[in-house]
Write a protein of this length. Sequence first.
Length: 100
Amino acid sequence: VASRALNRCTALQQRIDDSTEDDEDAFFLQNDLSLANENLSKATKTLEETGKELDEVEYLLKIVNPKLVWDRKEGLIGTDIAEKMEGAEGSAASQTLNQN
């Protein structure tokens, strides 16, 4: 969401920069840019809040069970994630070797 909002802001700013000073669309583009900047701020704030909440949950999980591990990118929580990930990497590597 934040990356889309940033892309929107960048695109609008580029359109404003490309427009002439007498261009009446520049006024509307400027308004669109302000709205896009507000959306970007909201998305960034939400992203930061979500990250803090995840940090808190991970801290509590570590207290409850020190053997738990997690992978935010994959969305996995468990005690044997490392083994699964190593197994998946190993099977992918063996498939690559078998193809060669």
